[in-house]
Design a protein around this ligand. Structure first.
Ligand code: BES
Ligand code: MN
Ligand code: ZN
Length: 495
């Protein structure tokens, strides 16, 4: 996809289609009025007849336009002017792209009214144009036999009006990279678990490193994982026929001495719950339990693509959680690589078990920041629903940076408290602590468990159980929190 800015009058632009906005109640947007004048008032007549209300998400394609160099106009509802925001702008553009994808339109000039500049400056506009276009054109890589629908024709988008073309262009570049990275996460997470195994994830990481000069991949097999004494990770993995993998994916952009940002991903390629077996309804969705790992691979792709002057390390603990004959049992005690013992009271609380060994591994990098990403708890979904990811950590500055990155990227997270009282719930009679702390505050007790392994590290945890994928009719990976993490990395790189 090609992105650019338009500068001269919309009516004279030789593109296939003009995309203009209509406000609910307030009528034609600013740019739409100029277009209306050029085409002899056709748009105003249509609104007058009550055929288009301008409701958010509404679109109408007009063909055979006269008086314009473009033969088509796509009207897009912006909702009410008072509620116009960065979010509603992105939604409007998203519905426009969805409508365009059903046509043969290959090039558009986009002139949707922007909210206040502080909501959407030229850089943010450029980024939103490219990111939303990419996200809206994403198609699941399905295994349906039969004829595939033709790929969308849309190839070229000109945005405007823009004051600083250079800022918008930088936005296009970042937005396209974010969309591509989110698609990497979505493609991986949407794969069935019989394809996407720990070994498959490791091969993907290796292949990715082969394509980018700044990236290196190291894969620890089961024997190497044993040498690292990752007893908790191995306890989860032992019930499966699929061998575990521990993946170290490294992007070297900044100076050699720069302490890295370490991203740690939960890569449970399927979570049956183990001996503490899950209920059958919806269990297929547990193929998405490697979304954190997929986000890490996505973010390293982005760091390499944008050549970010940063040192980024991705750590992925990849396992399958199965109830095989050798499976770990409730009450079994495992010893983590940090040397702490854990009584595994519930084998379905496996994410924290693999993450505690991965987080301990992060120490050797003397990191500037560690962020783990995990579909960790159903309790987080109960607490926050599907709109915000949960964030907790031991370093408020880092948590704040993630909160702000989420706002900028329209991929928000919300902080839950992580105070010492919750540690009480993890007490065990037989080991240093238990892996579960009861139902109450489940997202927090899970993070409290991880905090035991991150003392002295600047660390934050993203629980994306409610945001990384959707169920229902549109079942599939959302690509979250890759946009949030991408923004976080871009900010850190000072780009
Ligand atoms: N992968 C699940 C968490 C999850 C639940 C993600 C729902 C997405 C949607 C995790 O491994 C898990 O099973 N957690 C348990 C923890 C409990 C046993 C303390 C849970 O949330 O029920
Ligand atoms: Mn589980
Ligand atoms: Zn899980």
């Amino acid at each position: 996809m090609e992105f650019g800015v338009w500068t001269k009058g919309l009516a004279t632009l030789a593109v296939d289609c003009l995309v203009v906005g209509v406000f609910d109640e307030a009528g034609l947007g600013g740019e739409a009025r100029g277009v209306d004048a050029a085409c002899g008032g056709r748009l105003q007549r249509l609104l007058g007849a009550g055929d288009f209300a301008g409701r958010a998400g509404e679109t109408l394609l007009l063909t055979d336009m006269t008086g314009l160099a473009a033969s088509r106009v796509l009207l897009v509802g912006l909702g009410t002017r008072a509620q116009h925001s960065r979010r509603s702008w992105r939604r409007a553009w998203g519905s426009a792209v969805t409508a365009l994808a059903r046509t043969r339109i290959a090039s558009v000039a986009l002139a949707l009214d922007r909210p206040a500049a502080r909501e959407l400056d030229d850089y943010t506009l450029g980024r939103a144009v490219a990111e939303v276009a990419g996200a809206s054109l994403y198609r699941v890589n399905d295994l349906k036999t039969g004829k595939k629908p033709p790929p969308p024709a849309l190839k070229k988008v000109l945005a405007g009006p823009v004051r600083k073309a250079e800022a918008a262009t930088r936005g296009f570049c970042h937005g396209a990279a974010i969309a591509a990275a989110a698609a990497v996460q979505r493609d991986l997470a949407n794969l069935p678990a019989n394809v996407c195994t720990p070994t498959y994830l490791a091969e993907e990481a290796r292949a990715l490193a082969g394509r980018h000069k700044s990236l290196t991949a190291r894969v620890l097999d089961e024997a190497a994982i044993r040498r690292e004494k990752m007893g908790c990770l191995l306890a989860v993995s032992q019930g499966s026929r699929q061998p575990p993998r521990f993946i170290v994916l490294e992007h070297r952009g900044g100076k050699r001495t720069q302490p890295p940002v370490v991203l740690v991903g939960k890569g449970v390629t399927f979570d049956t719950g183990g001996i503490s077996l899950k209920d059958p309804p919806g269990m297929d969705e547990m193929k998405f339990d490697m979304s954190g790992a997929a986000a890490v691979i996505a973010c390293l792709t982005l760091a390499a693509e944008l050549r970010l002057p940063l040192h980024v390390v991705g750590l992925i603990a990849a396992v399958e959680n199965m109830p095989g004959g050798k499976a770990v049992k409730p009450g079994d005690i495992a010893t983590s690589s940090a040397g702490l013992t854990v009584e595994i009271l519930n084998t379905d609380a496996e994410g924290r078990l693999i993450l505690c060994d991965a987080l301990h591994y992060a120490r050797r990098f003397r990191p500037a920041a560690v962020v783990d990403i995990a579909t960790l708890t159903g309790a987080c979904v109960i607490a926050l629903g599907h709109h915000h990811s949960g964030v907790m950590g031991n370093d408020q500055k880092l948590v704040q940076q993630l909160l702000e990155a989420g706002v900028r990227a329209e991929d928000r997270c919300w902080q839950l408290p992580l105070t010492e009282e919750y540690a009480e719930q993890l007490k065990s009679n037989f080991a240093d602590f238990a892996n579960v702390g009861g139902r109450d505050g489940g997202a927090i007790t899970a993070a409290t468990f991880l905090a035991k392994f991150t003392a002295g590290l600047p660390w934050a945890h993203l629980d994306v159980a409610g945001t990384a994928y959707q169920g229902g009719a549109n079942k599939g990976s959302t690509g979250r929190p890759t946009p949030l993490l991408a923004d976080f990395l871009i900010q850190r790189a000072g780009r």
